[in-house]
Design a protein around this ligand. Sequence first.
Ligand SMILES: *Cc1c(COP(=O)(O)O)cnc(C)c1O
Length: 403
Amino acid sequence: MNFETKLVNLKIKDQYGATNTPVYLSNSFAYEDAEELEKVFKNRALGYVYSRVSNPTIKALEDKLASLEGGKQSILAASGMAAISTATLTLLEAGDEFVATSSLFGGTYNLFKNYQKYGITPRFSQGVERDDIAKLITNKTKFVFLETLGNPKLDIPDIKGIAEVCQKNNIPLIVDSTMTTPALIKPLELGANIVIHSTSKYINGTANSIGGVIIDGGNFDWTIFANFSEYKRFGKLAFTVKARGETFKDFGPSSSPLTSLLNELGIPTLALRMEKHSNNALELANFLLEHPKVKEVNYPGLESNKYNERAKNLLENGFGGMLTLRVGSKDKAFKVINNLEYFYNLANIGDVKSLVIHPASTIYAKNTVKEREALGAYDDLIRVSVGIEDIEDLKADFAQALK
Ligand SMILES: *Cc1c(COP(=O)(O)O)cnc(C)c1O
């Protein structure tokens, strides 16, 4: 089945033949026999026990997302941050290190920095090339973490090259693909081991609920790590077993069945939306590039963009819906934002509605000037999440706001 058919036709199992996922609003699941419940608790039989750990409605979305990425298993969490913290804390212990690119989503960057309070050392790379990562790897490195498309820098890591470095060093590669979704890229095929999404963004599509997912490629031997000794019998599936049975269960960042369903409703239109987001963003980027009041436009789909070649190699069916522009000063950036009519000024991406934000004064307000520059959140930069409206309206809106 090709990807777009799959988006529409991922079947659910239902005794009555329902074609949409039934919502199981039940905290617990009852068993006739004490023996059976004991088996489930001991990981010797499959079954639902308690919805903080797993739930059939949530499982339906987990299975769909795993299938779309080509992964083996997945865990839906309450948010993208819950997915990132759960995945990383499943691997990390005090004394460990990990390597991450530095142009990360602000929340992820802050979480990683805060891990230092628990005796864990993040090593942030300056660039996104294989050697930038390779030189930071030590015998304490537990994983490498990157985003398919840096936010807001829109830089594109050499995912294949970095995956090779990871393989050579026996280190798993975790990829946050929120900005791209499986409609544009499938990181597991490029050598990643874990894929993460904030489903709050493009997967949901209409910004009606928060969620995050961890997808396990089943392609790494986790049993090489000392803190997986209890999970040896699960082999390449040990990561998700430990993540669900330990980190997820202990910290409790579970989603709810209703929220899961809301996130699932966006799936059938994912490819359609990503294509329109990408086409609109490319046309708006080209329009802004020609505009005399715009100092710089960053969009990987532009021929002149530093990452255009790599974007063409790695991304299928479009370059995504995110672009940034610089207008010369913070003052001017605020004026443009205040004068836009169709673009909501808010902290989100991936909605069908067009959105803008001034990252330096909002998402990165607590970071130092030096950190902001490294993260690409310049004072005169506006981030745009281009929606699926008529592109002529979006161009006209920017034209009047810039004027
Ligand atoms: C939004 C976002 C997150 C965090 O997701 P939440 O659902 O807001 O917790 C992580 N990574 C990226 C790239 C994001 O855009």
